[in-house]
Design a protein around this ligand. Structure first.
Ligand SMILES: *Cc1c(COP(=O)(O)O)cnc(C)c1O
Length: 382
């Protein structure tokens, strides 16, 4: 009879990140670009495939892609690190600047990976919650917390996923000045918000900027992200990172996409127009509160949100992100901006199910959603 020694005891308090997604007609849950890569790029890839050296290990530092990204940002390649999605780089940052005896300052509700990676690496978490009414940052509380002098790393999603808002640039600059902690400004939605802290890098060696190919650039399936940072930060991160985490094909494909990135411009403009359509459409539905977004998703609040989520899924085959069990996001759902057809199907479904609900509330019948209890179904984290 074999035996199995248990893993580290703190895993008992963690659950597996279950990325399983129900298969649906319309997936608006993960903030992806609703379109696959443009045909020209797919054709270029197809042409390259037969002679692509899949048998060879990739370049550990993704030198070509790194040089392209550096040049586009007016930086040296030593200021750039490419990762297996932004998620890997967040984990690397936590490995290098967090760890036992060290402290992350987090501003929840925000991107779930910050907290997950902190827990995985034994990093202490200090929290300054965002304001309940509009998810703005409690700036005074942040500076009071930083003044204690024990914060090693700060993570700020900008725009903030899942609430969609950005903080004033003056606040971010003041944070950089107020601490010597590493400050991650996560610009995963930079292509939509158009706001970047890049101009402040030279003056603030503690600033790290994170970007990704997963959102605007239709490459969520390949897993490529990058960060911009002081060369000393990049050097420390190369000590903790997995050397071959970004595979050869992904490096090459991301390089192609990055070189041709202007082709995404009109699509991004269209997604921003569609975001207005969703924000406006949702705000016209009685009982729905919409939060203004600078990204390619919209957060909204509605009574019995978990039931709305289930109705969208089961009656309309539409998947959005259920955040209703996240502290501070009670009764909140997040919808990613999809294609025009997907968005109008979503709005129609919302109007339909909210009208149905009003009717059943009026006649005192028990609607189906009230019979359902809140269950632990959820979508992916990003
Ligand atoms: C999506 C996302 C990322 C990174 O996603 P990857 O697919 O791992 O590149 C990072 N931060 C935030 C806030 C995100 O929403």
């Amino acid at each position: 009879m074999g035996a199995l020694r248990p893993p580290r005891p703190d895993l008992a308090d963690m659950s597996a990140y279950d990325a399983r997604e129900p298969s649906v007609d319309i997936n608006l849950a993960a903030n992806e670009n609703p379109s696959n890569l443009p045909h020209e790029l797919l054709a270029t890839m197809a042409q390259r495939l037969p002679t692509f050296p899949f048998n060879r290990y990739p370049d550990p530092m993704a030198s070509q892609l790194r040089a392209q990204i550096a040049e586009a940002n007016g930086l040296d390649p030593a200021n750039v690190l490419v990762g297996n999605g932004g998620d890997e780089l967040i984990f690397d940052l936590m490995l290098a600047w967090g760890g036992p005896g060290r402290t992350l300052l987090n501003l929840p509700p925000t991107f779930a990976m910050y907290e997950i990676d902190a827990r995985l690496t034994g990093t202490t978490i200090a929290e300054v919650p965002r304001r309940e009414k509009d998810f703005t940052v409690d700036e005074r509380a942040v500076f009071e917390r930083l003044a204690l002098g024990d914060i090693d790393i700060v993570m700020i999603s900008h725009p903030n996923n899942p609430t969609g808002n950005i903080a004033p640039e003056t606040f971010l600059i003041d944070v950089l000045k107020a601490t010597d902690a590493l400050v991650l400004v996560d610009e995963a939605y930079f292509e939509f918000s158009r706001h970047t802290m890049r101009p402040h890098m030279e003056r603030h060696p503690n600033l790290v900027i994170l970007r990704t190919f997963s959102k605007a650039f239709s490459l969520a399936g390949l897993r490529v992200g990058y960060l911009l940072a002081h060369e000393d930060v990049v050097m420390e991160l190369t000590k903790v990172r997995q050397p071959y985490s970004v595979d050869r094909f992904s490096q090459w494909a991301a390089g192609l996409v990055f070189r041709e990135r202007v082709v995404f411009e009109s699509q991004i403009q269209e997604l921003l127009r569609q975001r207005d359509v969703i924000e406006h459409g949702l705000s016209q539905i009685p009982g729905v509160k919409v939060f203004r977004s600078e990204a390619n998703f919209v957060l909204f609040r509605v009574d019995r949100a978990a039931a709305v989520w289930r109705d969208l899924l089961h009656s309309h085959s539409i998947l959005v992100r259920d955040l209703s069990r996240v502290p501070g996001l009670e009764d909140c759902l997040r919808v990613s901006i999809g294609s025009m057809a997907e968005n109008s199907a979503f709005l129609k479904a919302m109007e339909h199910l909210m009208t149905e609900r009003r009717a059943s509330d009026m006649f005192g019948t028990t609607s189906r959603d009230e019979l359902d209890s809140a269950v632990g179904e959820s979508g992916p984290l990003d």
